[in-house]
Write a protein that binds this ligand. Structure first.
Ligand SMILES: [Zn+2]
Length: 83
């Protein structure tokens, strides 16, 4: 699948990435619409602000740069993870 990946300041790439696997406590959503948030713009222009650097993954998402941006979306829940 295609994803907009933030690598570093002013370095956003559209890349092929594997479809994420469900983890306990997560859901799989088929995205219908996605917007661009001001947070994403600040991350692109001035970041990294919120994106953990490589080797220091976020405690909840377990992700570090490069990361897939986008948190302003709607869609349909397709699958539920355990718990
Ligand atoms: Zn937002």
């Amino acid at each position: 699948m295609k994803a907009a990946r933030f690598h570093a300041r002013e370095d956003l790439r559209i890349e092929d990435v594997p479809e994420p696997e469900l983890r306990p406590g997560t859901v799989k959503i088929a995205v219908a619409w996605c917007g661009i948030c001001g947070t994403d713009l600040h991350e692109f222009l001035e970041g990294p602000i919120f994106t953990p650097p490589p080797g220091s993954p976020h405690v909840l998402s377990h992700e570090a740069a490069p990361v897939t941006l986008g948190h302003e979306f709607s869609g349909i829940v397709e699958e539920l993870g355990k718990a």
